[in-house]
Design a protein around this ligand. Structure first.
Ligand SMILES: [Zn+2]
Length: 113
């Protein structure tokens, strides 16, 4: 991989970081996409608390989307009544069919890390 390196700063703590972007990828990126990529890189890699909180927020949003789409479809597809999911980040989700046959969704965040 040939990579282009650029310096970017964390929006939360101001720490500068070197971000590597694959040259193949960079060639097809607009300026906006490039800045989104570096922002995303920093959020995923900075060790400050706000970046950590942002990471968790993004993961939780993706988790909820996953429960509401794939998990519900899976239950319908295989005619299941209940399913529980737990992730290593401490998110829990439960989908349960009520007596009327509707799916009820519960998600929780475990604050203990
Ligand atoms: Zn930071």
């Amino acid at each position: 991989m040939t990579a282009h390196t650029t310096e970017a700063v964390c929006n939360f703590c101001g720490q500068a970081m070197i971000v590597e972007i694959d040259l193949e990828k960079l060639r097809n990126m607009t300026t906006t996409e490039k800045s989104e990529y570096t922002d995303d890189y920093i959020v995923r890699n900075c060790s400050c608390d706000k970046a950590k909180a942002k990471r968790k927020e993004i993961l939780h949003k993706n988790f909820k989307r996953f429960i509401h789409s794939e998990v519900c479809q899976f239950l319908d597809k295989f005619d299941l009544d209940e399913m529980s999911i737990k992730t290593s980040e401490g998110f829990k989700g439960k989908v349960k069919r009520d007596t009327a046959g509707n799916l009820k969704i519960e998600t929780t965040i475990n604050e203990v890390v």
